[in-house]
Write a protein that binds this ligand. Structure first.
Ligand code: IPE
Ligand code: IPE
Ligand code: MG
Length: 243
């Protein structure tokens, strides 16, 4: 662990890291268990990731917890996941608050049962003044939906003559996304060996670095997070320029 920490450049810490926590079902199946067994173990990896990002003082960390497309999974799995989100978030609220982490949620949470929506709102409300990093939970999230929703809201405002077409620029558009108060993503980490973005933060990660690891999410530990950061720090980010 010490070795990993020694390799980190504390002057080049990414501002916003987003994680696609993939491979829970396959991790469980590999052990001859039901897919849901993997979700129980996923929680340790979430905690490890939060500890690691607090050690490095990363200001924003976004976790892809549940995509809009995930609604197409079997009802049994959905019921299990919704229960897990509800009870785990409720029981970790105090822990998150004690760590002084502010939590926000992006996605169409109205699709969840009221009880989960209430837990989420109370998590957001309780932690809203916390100052030691922001945890963003992407729940029932689809980047394409987010962009369409922003476009419709902007169209309405133009139609109602609140704004002119000329007012639409990057910053104006960005203010209509779920992520309106968040900086762009610097690094996306995806576990489980899949190399795709799966409808995650398409606008926000226009210039993000991508890091893929074969580790399944339930096996992901803080050292793996540090490794991703070390890899990020070796990248030359040019943003289209030469130097
Ligand atoms: C990602 O893990 C978490 C959710 C979608 C809730 P998966 O459930 O996709 O696990 P694999 O990819 O099938 O192994
Ligand atoms: C992406 O994983 C969504 C989350 C990790 C929450 P999926 O397992 O749903 O993505 P695909 O279907 O393999 O692209
Ligand atoms: Mg998956």
């Amino acid at each position: 662990m010490e070795n990993f920490l020694k390799k980190i450049d504390y002057n080049n810490i990414p501002n916003h890291v987003a994680v696609i926590m993939d491979g829970n079902g396959r991790w469980a199946e590999k052990r001859g268990k039901l897919r849901t067994y993997g979700y129980e173990y996923a929680i340790t990896s979430v905690k490890e990731t939060l500890i690691a990002s607090q050690i490095l003082k990363i200001p924003y960390i976004t976790l892809y917890v549940f995509s809009s497309e995930n609604w197409k999974r079997p009802k049994k799995e959905l019921d299990y996941l919704i229960n897990l989100f509800t009870f785990k978030l409720e029981s970790y609220l105090e822990e998150i608050n004690k760590k002084n982490i502010k939590t926000i949620v992006i996605g169409n949470i109205k699709k969840f049962p009221t009880i989960l929506q209430k837990v989420l709102l109370s998590l957001i409300e309780t932690t809203k003044n916390n100052t030691s990093g922001t945890l963003v939970l992407a729940l029932s999230y689809s980047s394409k939906d987010e962009i369409l929703r922003a476009t419709k809201n902007i169209a309405k405002k133009i139609y109602n003559k609140q704004f002119n077409i000329e007012d639409i620029n990057y910053s104006f558009f960005q203010k209509h996304l779920y992520t309106k108060n968040l900086p762009d993503v610097d690094l996306i980490i995806r576990t489980s060996g899949e190399k795709r973005i799966s409808n995650f933060l398409l606008w926000q990660s226009a210039y993000a670095e991508l890091y893929f690891t074969n580790i399944f999410w339930p096996d992901f530990r803080r050292k793996d997070f540090f490794e991703a950061i070390i890899s990020f720090q070796k990248r030359k980010r040019r943003f289209g320029k030469i130097k």
